[in-house]
Ligand binder design. Sequence first.
Ligand code: AMP
Length: 506
Amino acid sequence: MVSTVFIPAGESKIYYHLSRGIEKNHNFLNDRPQHECGVFGIYGHTDAVALTALGLHALQHRGQEATGIVSYDRTHFHAERRMGLVSDTFTKSSVLGRLKGDSAIGHVRYSTTGATLLRNVQPLFADLALGGFAIAHNGNLTNALTVRRDLVREGAIFQSTSDTETILQLVARSKKTKAIDRIIDSLSQIEGAYALVTLTNNMLIGARDPFGIRPLVLGELEGHYILASETCAFDIIGAKFLREVENGELIVITDEGIQSIKPFQKLTPRPCIFEYIYFSRPDSYLGGLSIYECRKSFGQQLAKESPIDADYVIPVPDSGVPSAIGFAEVSQIPYELGIIRNHYVGRTFIEPQQAIRALSVKLKHNVNKSLVNGKKIALIDDSIVRGTTSTKIIEMLRESGATEVHMRITSPPIKYPDFYGIDTPVQEQLLSANYTLEEICNFLKADSISFLSIDGLYKAMGHPNGRDHNNPFFTDHCFTGDYPTKLKDRESKEEFSQLSLLSNLE
Ligand code: AMP
């Protein structure tokens, strides 16, 4: 159990360390696009494009930087890719009208520093020997740079800096004849996380990596099959959820129906636990679990592990809302909305620069002053990454007269970086990777702080014995450093940082 730390508020040197970390790590590897994205695909439906636009709208929380749709009208492919939100692009009849066809795939994209380039916006498309080929990808590959370097040496010409293009280039160069065999051949050479949808002139294909790190679900609407990152994309169009695409499975959808292929060695699934903590929408279902119920249980569990005497339980909206409800329920402390969120501002993570991120917390949140004045607050959020959000919110609560602020985080401390697409920063910028609980409490100027224990996290998700260290049910590398795949590019980091491998074009 993670113990609670009480510490008097004081000055901190941590700001200096974190900002220094950002400068120091502003190098080639951090500039590569990192994806936490959403994908959608539908085959053989007359309203394919409109349904894809709606599906992407429901997946907007997975990426707000850019969006794209590629459709196929049985003769030609059509593509529209733009920076910005789905509603900025795919509500215009001029844009939608150009996307003809009864099959389509779409993508919402999020990326961090650099590489915010139109040429990286997905779905990517290429004319290959097998015909037109479009691909949309959620997840990060862990050997993309290694494979890319080898392909470039052989003469491949890359058009983007996206790791997804590596898959496309491998499909293009495969010696296999059938399209599906080329795709399998390509996937057998990549490592890391992928939930993919691809479209050819006679197939929609969905694929999930051998560990099933990123989610992909299969649905049906009026007899037509749909693939999406999350079930909430089915709800918006009235589609029925059929099942999850399994780890290591390819789903092939054609005019003849649906086929499941499992070409790789069977592995025990390790879906990413962070989908439950932060990334998926609370109204989605994943691994048979309601995301909302999971988050509520995290709060309930934390209230048992680290109880606190407070006047109100207050969530950091929206991320802390379900767990604060759970925390309040168990601790029997009134749940109140002490912080009001402006819904017209996106996630703070959209801002890659620390200075702007700090500002944007204030753009996004304001304190309900009369409520918190003179009160002891239990402040609930789902995670601390760099600590920007919590610091600003605690400061605002104190300015509004809160007498005590006790921070309760409904996930364990994030100590390790992610390489599979949830885009936590490098280790040097992770607050919990570099400081003790006392130091973090001091930095945040909180009266106390505690995190949910790793066993508590598993218990809250229906594993009564906590985390099974020999066979963990999820990939929880952000907390444990237990990465399910090899991290080939990372091991070769020094070599890659010497090369202008990705792009010399600014
Ligand atoms: P930070 O302000 O850097 O400590 O980030 C923590 C806040 O960002 C919390 O409110 C989380 O809900 C949210 N958050 C956590 N992980 C991510 C992520 N991968 N992308 C975007 N936001 C995140």
